[in-house]
Design a protein around this ligand. Structure first.
Ligand SMILES: [Zn+2]
Length: 133
């Protein structure tokens, strides 16, 4: 279970809509499965079907999270044209199995869908998202 404040949740969807038709990406930090802060990152690939975060951008986020004593809870990215399920590339590039992968699907323009997964070597598990306050 991941708890995400409504403002951060909506911010992720807006980020996805703004970057469309390219995928957006970012990192969510917080404590005890509760998100406190979102870091929007550049998709270094500028691609509609994949994303990558520049190492120097990630480093900056890690430093900021350390300063604020929060942990990395999830990495998010968008699927401008496809369903909210990890693609083959997403599975291959899941660097942090202990961190949830959140996917924002804009497949249905009027109805963005946000889902969280744990991508392990053996299986992909759906993780529940609770939008709070
Ligand atoms: Zn993806």
């Amino acid at each position: 279970m991941i708890r995400i404040p409504k403002s951060i949740f909506n911010g992720m969807v807006e980020h996805a809509e703004k970057e469309s038709p390219f995928e957006c990406c970012g990192i969510l930090g917080g404590k005890n499965h509760r998100v406190e802060k979102a870091f929007k990152l550049q998709n270094a690939e500028k691609s509609p079907i994949r994303y990558s975060m520049a190492p120097q951008d990630q480093l900056k986020v890690f430093e900021e999270m350390e300063k604020e004593s929060i942990d990395m809870i999830a990495v998010y990215h968008s699927h401008p044209h496809t369903i909210p399920f990890p693609s083959e590339t997403d599975v291959k590039l899941a660097f942090y199995p202990e961190v949830a992968s959140i996917i924002i699907s804009l497949k249905e323009e009027q109805n963005p869908v946000v889902k969280a997964f744990r991508i392990g070597k053996e299986a992909i598990c759906l993780e529940e998202i609770e939008v709070i306050g």
